[in-house]
Design a protein around this ligand. Structure first.
Ligand code: G4P
Length: 540
């Protein structure tokens, strides 16, 4: 099969949701439907994990699992699905955001009783920035939930995306009875007495009806339920235009589905539409314009994972292949350094059973052995000198001061923090004023901070203490006239803590909106920009 045919089979996506919406369950069911049953165990293992984030063994186990399941590749109806892992729960981190940069689309999973929740919003924002096509699956329909129209309204208003329901829930006597497929006019009946284990990887067959006038529907739903379905269908038809695929591909409209992952219900209808609509890998923007997927090899690094096997200091770098074919041992150009690197799969370096893809083409994610040379956002090509658009760094939400316990280990601490910051594990801020050697760390997830503390000890032999700091967020600072910024103006610390990042970029750390506002008043010639965006500036 030629390369473009191979690429056209790829569907590379992630599931975004708030913890407990059913992502693990849905992932398992997708694997089951795809026939990749042997992988379901890996996903299940995640479920059993405790929430004790301070237990390093737990972190290690989690990381082991997230290495093996960084990408789950499974076949479905002749396609190759690449489901990227976006960890939730306590291990939510910058990696979670970055992974969305490796995806071509997303499935937003909502709990029908809870609707749009905090983490869903955060992840959605990243998808929106990337204009990713987004599917919405409303889960747990077997349980009482919110009115479907209310859920649509919430998605539209809170997230600012249009919704087009493809399936619509039906009720009998107020109890969920199934879904009506609005475009295929099929009816899927729900039977909660048949458990998922009885069904295995299958779903009950859909019943074809001729349309809403089919007498079968009235019999099934009884008068009241039938009247409700008709009324709601009319409302839906009157409210919106036909499904607009262009708007969907631009991330402006999301097709919505209702079902129950646990009960294998509504998944087939969802998957069929998903296979039809989800775009295959497309072109990626670079310094040389758009790079089409069927050219020579190119990829970017979106995640680096330290090897938890202490006998080796190796790391695994995860690449999203943007174009061409990857073969184990291939030599590529690392554009940032101009060096040629041989890419080796890390499989042989780890005892754990791995599910990392061994070779692949555009759309796939591969893990390669990283002897400490890669950085997040690195572009790798078959020789051409171009760089893909940078992966933005995301605003940290948790901050801590890292205090050295043994002052003799100052050098090692600096080295460790610099390396971990470079790897993208943590945001590092060196306050412009204050006790020397005391840095402030920022992270998207709290667990990241504990991981850093542990790695400083195990990899750099530096014992540290994490102390709370009164910091809520960081802002890049630049002068409106483009002149260099003078951090000395912040010496008294009343208008925030001035600091330099690991790459010597000036930032100010604020204890709250009030402090940012007073800094804005005091320094009208400065711009304070969210640290999610890159902003180059020179220091006075
Ligand atoms: P997450 O990965 O998004 O955090 O969610 P997960 O799949 O672990 O699901 C969270 C809980 O919701 C689990 O219950 C799961 O069984 C349940 N769940 C998932 N899908 C459905 C559904 O369609 N209907 C209903 N009623 N429940 C669903 P748990 O009690 O926390 O775990 P378990 O004992 O069932 O494993």
């Amino acid at each position: 099969m030629d390369l473009s045919q191979e690429i056209a089979k790829r569907k590379t996506f992630a599931i975004i949701s708030h913890p407990d919406a059913g992502k693990t369950t849905l992932t398992e069911k997708l694997l089951l439907y795809g026939g990749a049953i042997q992988l379901a165990g890996a996903v299940k293992a995640k479920r059993g994990r405790a929430s004790a984030v301070s237990d390093w063994m737990e972190i290690e186990r989690e990381r082991g699992i997230s290495i093996t399941s960084s990408v789950l590749q499974f076949p479905y109806r002749g396609l190759k699905m690449n489901l990227l892992d976006t960890p939730g729960h306590a291990d939510f981190s910058e990696d979670t955001y970055r992974t969305l940069h490796a995806a071509d689309g997303a499935v937003m999973l909502l709990d029908c009783a809870k609707g749009v929740e905090a983490q869903t919003k955060k992840l959605f924002r990243v998808c929106r920035q990337r204009k990713l096509p987004i599917f919405t699956f409303v889960n747990k329909m077997d349980r009482p939930g919110r009115e479907p129209f209310e859920l649509i309204g919430e998605v539209e208003h809170v997230l600012g995306i249009g919704v087009y329901p493809i399936t619509w829930p039906m009720y009998r006597g107020g109890t969920f009875r199934g879904v009506y497929h609005r475009t295929s006019k099929k009816v899927y009946l729900f039977d909660d007495k048949r458990t998922s284990s009885q069904l295995g990887g299958a779903e009950m067959a859909a019943v074809k009806v001729t349309g809403l006038d089919d007498p079968l529907l009235e019999t099934e739903l009884e008068q009241e339920g039938y009247a409700r379905l008709r009324e709601e269908s009319e409302l839906l038809d009157a409210a919106g235009d036909a499904f607009d695929e262009k708007k969907f591909l631009a991330g402006d409209v999301s097709p919505m589905f209702f079902g129950s992952a646990m009960n294998n219900f509504g998944l087939e209808a969802f998957l069929d539409t998903f296979c039809d609509l989800m775009p295959p890998p497309g072109a990626h923007h670079s310094t040389m314009g758009d790079i089409p997927p069927d050219g020579d090899f190119s990829a970017f690094v979106f995640k680096i994972q330290a090897n938890m096997d202490r006998a080796h200091r190796d790391r695994v770098a995860f690449l999203r292949i943007c174009s061409g074919k990857f073969e184990r041992g291939v030599k590529v150009l690392q554009v940032r350094t101009g060096k040629e690197i041989r890419l080796a799969n890390p499989t042989t370096f780890l005892a754990q059973e791995r599910t990392i893809v061994e070779d692949g083409c555009a759309g796939d994610v591969v893990g390669v052995f990283d002897p400490g040379v890669f950085e997040i956002g690195d572009t790798l090509t078959s020789g051409k000198k171009f760089s893909f658009d940078p992966i933005p760094s995301f605003s940290p939400e948790h901050f801590t001061r890292v205090v050295m316990v043994d002052p003799m280990r100052r050098k090692q601490l600096k080295k460790g923090l610099d390396q971990l910051a470079q790897e993208g594990t943590i945001q590092l801020y060196r306050p412009h004023y204050g006790r020397e050697g005391e840095s402030i760390l920022g992270a998207v997830g709290r667990l990241q901070l504990e991981v850093v503390q542990h790695r400083l000890k195990s990899e750099y032999d530096v014992v540290t203490r994490l102390e709370p700091v009164q910091i809520d967020f960081a802002r890049w600072i630049t002068r409106k006239d483009g002149a260099p910024v003078d951090l000395a103006a912040f010496a008294r610390g009343e208008c925030g803590t001035a600091a330099l990042t690991a790459r010597d970029r000036p930032v100010v750390l604020f204890a709250g909106e009030w402090q940012l506002n007073s800094a804005r008043r005091q320094f009208p010639d400065l711009e304070f920009e969210e640290t999610g965006a890159e902003a180059g500036t020179t220091l006075a």
